[in-house]
Design a protein. Structure first.
Length: 249
């Protein structure tokens, strides 16, 4: 099974090397690594190109934001299974991809996901929050659940059949895509109960009350565009679940 890993990046010279190294250090052999740069003006592109042919595809051009860049990567991907890792993130250990593939094969599933640590932006060993996903059960999205998107792997055929990221969803585009794939069309996922990703702290949707309220509005839109009806409490449980990430810490 061939796996495509996609990284989208813009002006991330201080973090992109960690991300790239974590992908290239994976022990799974059949990995196609694609980097989509938004036309960086710092040293990001120079760092990316220093890896030469170790990175299968590199494109650098202006885009309409992170999800437009992700869609470009998805269009280039030739793997059977696709994962996306942002330039500020890194895989926590070298066996992530091989364990994902093993789980998908064993369960005959459509994809996989795992757990995530939010870490200090400078001291990666300093854990700020723990996102422990738990095993998925049908209907969990209605209870405010979602898997951490950087841990989410999905077979390419699902993107081909059910579409890619919607650019009208703001910061909820990843939530909408997973809601569509898993809740609406019922993709079967394997759960890997390990910390797969280290994510540097500082998500856009949660860095202020105004952004959180905007994210909640986009989350509600995600259900509407998919002609789905959440419970009255669904979209308030979703941010409340994040509180448990601090408790788990």
């Amino acid at each position: 099974m061939k796996v495509s890993i996609i990284t989208v990046v813009y002006n991330a010279e201080s973090t992109i090397r960690d991300c790239i190294e974590s992908v290239l250090n994976q022990d799974y052999q059949s990995v196609e690594y694609i980097v989509v740069d938004g036309g960086s003006t710092d040293k990001t592109l120079k760092i990316i190109r220093s890896y030469g042919s170790k990175i299968a595809r590199v494109i650098s051009e202006p885009d309409q934001g992170i999800y437009d860049a992700m869609n470009k990567g998805l269009a280039l991907a030739s793997g059977d299974l696709i994962g996306l890792i942002n330039a500020d993130d890194l895989y926590a250990y070298s066996g992530v991809v091989s364990e994902v593939v093993a789980a998908v094969r064993h369960d005959n599933s459509d994809g996989a996901y795992g757990d995530l640590h939010y870490v200090d932006s400078r001291v990666l060993s300093q854990v700020k929050r723990k996102w422990i996903s738990g095993k998925f059960k049908k209907g969990l999205f209605s209870w405010g659940w979602m898997p951490p998107h950087p841990t989410f792997f999905l077979k390419k055929e699902w993107y081909q059949k059910h579409g890619t990221f919607r650019l009208d969803m703001g910061s909820a585009a990843d939530y909408e895509l997973m809601l569509r794939m898993v809740h609406k069309y019922q993709a079967q996922l394997s759960y890997i109960p390990k910390i797969m990703i280290k994510m540097r702290i500082g998500g856009v949707s949660n860095n202020s009350l105004a952004n959180r309220l905007k994210a909640n509005k986009n989350d509600r839109k995600a259900w509407k565009v998919n002609q789905l009806q959440p419970y009255f409490f669904t979209l308030w449980l979703k941010p409340l679940r994040k509180v448990m990430q601090f408790v788990n810490k």
